[in-house]
Design a protein around this ligand. Structure first.
Ligand code: CP
Ligand code: NVA
Length: 301
């Protein structure tokens, strides 16, 4: 049987994603032995709070073990190839979560591995975040095909995976960034292809006020992703894209606010909104655990 990986949202079909989310909601809090005797590796080249802790806790709750290692502690840093590392680790472990910079390196690892490889964030994608995002959206809005999700801020990895998962399930997604911080063409072309298959509506705009109108969810992420230098000019450019009370006032009262975290209060999101009644960011963070346990059961169970 071919090894299944989860490197991008589209590695799962619409039906698989919808079923995973339904199971994550139904099995919330599950303790079982689904991963008994299995060991999940985690190789991280960037910091993490949620991804590392939720995969660790999730694997333990399913009766499995974990091995965490930061890339700098491995022979990778001394010239061992990604492919050799993947082959060797495949003979010890039952699955691996990788957080790294280049999507290409993750894909090289997966191509050489004979165990499931999960993307724990690259510069281009954050598909596990998108699973938890969609699960959270589904908890507040039954009809995924009727939902409008608006992402505001930097065109980054989180925006790509959010756009992709909305495109796969047939939602209406709007990516709103300054022109020079827009998502790359490959990303929007890919989402358009996914949307053509599902009937989703994918829009790209530079106008935050127009985007927010009619939104069911406003979503943002940090303005400087891990590995990016903080540039004052970029910060200034993104000011109009902050989710604050003024922007939220343009939406219906039941519009909710999302953020993958970590958040920088009063940068991409005002403290008032982040800690206010319409913020569902901590529910969203918790859902990383529930959605990823379903992913682990499917790939490693
Ligand atoms: N949202 C997310 O991936 O958080 P961490 O960087 O803390 O893992
Ligand atoms: N875009 C952010 C997400 C952090 C979870 C980053 O890549 O740093």
């Amino acid at each position: 049987m071919e090894t299944r990986h989860f490197l991008k949202v589209e590695d799962m079909s619409r039906d698989e994603i919808v079923a995973l989310i339904a199971d994550a909601r139904a099995n919330r809090g599950e303790r079982s032995v689904a991963l008994h005797g299995k060991c999940l590796g985690m190789i991280f080249s960037k910091p993490s709070t949620r991804t590392r802790a939720s995969f660790t806790a999730g694997a333990y709750q399913l009766g499995g073990d974990v091995m965490f290692v930061s890339e700098g502690e491995m022979q990778l840093g001394r010239g061992e190839t990604v492919e050799d590392t993947a082959r060797v680790l495949s003979s010890y472990l039952d699955g691996v979560v990788i957080r790294t910079y280049l999507q290409e390196n993750l894909e090289r690892f997966a191509a050489a591995a004979s165990i499931p490889v999960i993307n724990g964030l690259t510069d281009d994608h954050h598909p596990c975040q998108a699973l938890a995002d969609l699960m959270t959206i589904s908890e507040y809005h039954d009809d995924l095909a009727g939902v409008k999700v608006v992402y505001l801020g930097d065109g980054n990895n989180v925006a790509v995976s959010l756009m992709d998962i909305c495109a796969v399930v047939g939602a209406h997604v709007v990516i709103c960034t300054p022109e020079e911080l827009a998502l790359p063409q490959w990303a929007t072309d890919n989402a358009a292809r996914l949307a053509a298959a599902s009937g989703a509506r994918v829009e790209v705009t530079t106008d935050p006020e127009a985007a927010a109108s009619g939104a069911d969810f406003l979503y943002t992420d940090v303005w400087f992703s891990m590995g990016q230098a903080e540039q004052p000019a970029k910060r200034a450019r993104l000011e109009p894209y902050r989710i604050d009370e003024e922007l939220l006032a343009l939406t219906d009262p039941d519009c909710r606010v999302m953020h993958c975290l970590p958040a920088h209060r009063d940068e991409e999101i005002s403290a008032e909104v982040m800690d206010g009644p319409r913020s569902i960011v901590f529910r969203q963070a918790e859902n990383r655990l529930h959605a990823q346990k379903e992913l682990l059961k499917r790939l490693m169970g």
